[in-house]
Design a protein around this ligand. Structure first.
Ligand code: HEC
Ligand code: CU
Length: 337
């Protein structure tokens, strides 16, 4: 019951009224060009292999019944011995070879058209860096850094594709939003490319798709696709330095005196650590800990109190703050709009 209420609560909180949720975790409801093309090859492959399955299974079933032992069989006589048949052997060599060539051809064409698509001049460039176990998201043209949410314009007519450069600072990760495109590895010392043109606005759910350690399963991802104007407004907000708010001065001073600043950036302050997520506009994000919890005041408090309770093994330690300190730090974090 408790966990049911928790999920219900999470569901209600996660709902942003004007931003539909696209939570499909499989490839069967594509909403962008690369995902659509890859989905179509998937269906073709499933159709062909289903055909093969039906033929082979039917022959097996037929054989089992047609040639089973009957009481009238003579037990001492061998069945007719058949050695080779050129026709049959040719057929079961040539047909599978043809099928394999068709599948290779179709796949190669889609791979080429996904990889060779060239970005339009005005395209949005995004750099995504995998970390154990969260995603750093940079917009070099806007000088914005955020985490775990990739904002991009939606592309209802297919002309506003966004281009992603993927890399990693530690181990291999893989970026996957099933409804938008296939998986692409994020590997240290290498840049892989991926593009997507989300047809519908909304929040698309995804995850890391390459086992990368203890908290791999909690390395979740969201793409937030909005009309161009809304994206621009979001970017303009993100470009601002951290908000100054009255009432958070104690927490701010405390935050800056703790080791938080060694791991987190709050732009425009001495907090310049690059090890963890940029916190400049923490409150603009839907989740904390790469999707492990919704970004609510209670969850934020529980996280800073002891991240290991929520995401065991994650690379942020508990700093063992007192109740009072915790309260001040959370007040400060909540001012980071
Ligand atoms: C040793 C480095 C380190 C220190 C020190 C540290 N953090 Fe973190 N922090 C991280 C890492 C790494 C993550 C990402 C964890 C994950 O999602 O797996 C994180 C995540 C967070 C998040 C969630 C951000 C998001 O968008 O998901 C908040 C909030 C946060 N830290 C606040 C703090 C505060 C406040 C302090 C000081 C009391 C602090 N951190 C100290 C490394 C650190
Ligand atoms: Cu990963």
């Amino acid at each position: 019951m408790g966990s049911f209420l928790y999920s219900l609560n999470a569901l209600l909180q996660a709902q942003v009224p004007d931003l539909p949720e696209h939570r499909v975790g499989n490839i069967f409801k594509p909403l962008a060009s690369p995902a659509q093309w890859e989905h179509d090859i998937g269906l073709l492959t499933i159709a062909i292999t289903t055909g093969i399955f039906i033929v082979v299974a039917s022959i097996i079933v037929y054989t089992i019944f047609r040639f089973r032992r009957k009481p009238s069989d003579d037990m001492h006589q061998e069945p007719a011995q058949v050695f080779g048949s050129n026709q049959i052997e040719l057929a079961w060599t040539v047909i599978p070879v043809l099928i394999v060539f068709v599948l290779i051809g179709v796949t190669a064409r889609v791979v080429a058209s996904v990889q060779n698509a060239s970005p339009p001049k005005s395209t949005l460039k995004i750099t995504v860096v995998g970390h154990q176990w969260w995603w750093e998201v940079r917009y070099p043209d806007y000088h914005i850094v955020t985490a775990n949410e990739v904002h991009m314009p939606s592309s209802p007519d297919g002309t506003a594709a966004s281009y992603l450069e993927l890399t990693s600072v530690d181990v291999a990760h893989s970026f996957w939003i099933p409804q938008l495109s296939g998986k692409m590895d994020a590997i240290p010392n290498r840049i892989n490319y991926l593009w997507m043109d989300p047809r519908e606005r909304g929040t698309y759910w995804g995850n890391c798709a390459e086992y990368c350690g203890t908290q791999h399963a909690n390395m979740l991802l969201r793409v937030i696709a909005q009309p161009e104007a809304d994206f621009k407004a979001w970017a303009a907000e993100q470009q601002k330095p951290a908000a100054e708010s009255d009432g958070a001065a104690n927490g701010k001073a405390l935050f800056q005196s703790l080791s938080c600043v060694n791991c987190h950036v709050v732009r425009g302050t001495p907090a310049e650590g690059k090890f963890g997520p940029d916190l400049t506009h923490l409150m603009s994000r839907q989740t904390i800990g790469s999707g492990v919890r919704d970004n609510s005041p209670e969850n934020l408090r529980a996280w800073v109190n002891d991240p290991q309770q929520i995401k065991p093994g994650c690379l942020m330690p508990s700093l063992k703050l007192t109740e009072g300190e915790l309260k001040d730090v959370i007040t400060y974090l909540e001012s980071l709009k």
